[in-house]
Design a protein around this ligand. Sequence first.
Ligand SMILES: *Cc1c(COP(=O)(O)O)cnc(C)c1O
Length: 432
Amino acid sequence: MKQSDCLAVNEQGHLTIGGCDTVKLAKEYGTPLYVLDESGVRAACRSYRNSIDRFYQGRGMVCYASKAFCCKEIYRIMDDEHMGIDVVSEGELYTALSVGFPAERICFHGNNKTDHELCYALEAGIGLFIVDNEYELVRLNQFAKEMGKKANISFRIKPGVDAHTHDFVRTGQIDSKFGVALETGEAMEIVCKALSLDHLVLKGVHCHIGSQIFELEPFELAAQKMIEFMAEVRDKTGYIIEELDLGGGFGICYTEKDQALQYDSYMEKVSVVVKQSCERLSFPQPFMMLEPGRSIVGPSGITLYTAGAIKEIPNIRTYAAIDGGMTDNPRYALYQSEYEAIVANKASMPKSAKVTLAGKCCESGDLLGEHMPIQPMESGDIVAVLSTGAYNYSMASNYNRLCRPAVVMVKEGSSRLIVKRESMEDLVRNDL
Ligand SMILES: *Cc1c(COP(=O)(O)O)cnc(C)c1O
């Protein structure tokens, strides 16, 4: 799924998304505005699910990592698409349950779940707890006992494959706040401990080796190491772990430099490794789980802004300020993430200019990109920043008391509001 699949340019030379004119959307709903194309989100879900059907006989589940973009409507769509979901907090779980998302398809992640969160999730009867550490394991067993329940668990494992570095290394991962390590014996120890606890059922093992990954090798290596660990557990304890969750992390195209993975090729390659490793170790092929977040919503979202002050600093750069910034998209400030931008009302013109897109916050680092190729800009233009569907709205803040923007869903030429723009009353709601 490329960003351009939902984007086009109409007869007026305006950028369109999901068949809707972005200049009209900006006028109707105001800016800054997040816009998400529903067909694109649904197509991404289907392509993951189809790849499991095609290459792994349908014996798997795709869970949307909802931290990428969380609101009621996205959970309704995920339910409709027969997806599972990952949640990492009471807030995400509450949002999902509030629209009747089936509890049995909810997986609870996180490296420091509170007592309250564990009890809330147990009471809701969620499908799986991805246990991060022994402190959590012992408390979860205790709370389940008090409620007379048995909780399904999986363990977050550090397989020693670090895909954050370009040339993945095999040991870097031990230094991570998430999960238990394979190499040190920590993983085997916690598995043995879990098998001795009466109110937990060990269903699976889980790893998540990074995000925005473009190579398949780290995933293949992780799959192989995880199967080897599952076989080791069998040899040592006789217990067969039935589920293998390989996490998310599939990269998307933010700019032309990025070459996104085909989700099909991921599943095709990884299922070969899983099948071969299982055969070699005479281990039954596990039920497979995938947890894409960014690649489900990222490519189908854009953000619309109105250009304000434009400042040309001779021989240095041109700052073009927009009416949002790090409050609605902190990713450039956090990681220097690159984005592509288009002047939505001049989308058919060539990108003959270069600007530094600046936000309106009181921080020099409040930028959305530097020296970005773009159409010649004037104040009042509508600027679209592309591929902002993931980790934008969900990371938004009220810094400088800016209101979080609205989110509009578009589909085949029509649009609807799915998250309201925050108001001044919202900003002071909790102030005493
Ligand atoms: C963030 C996260 C994901 C999703 O990662 P993407 O890069 O958005 O696909 C999946 N699983 C876990 C455990 C995560 O923390």
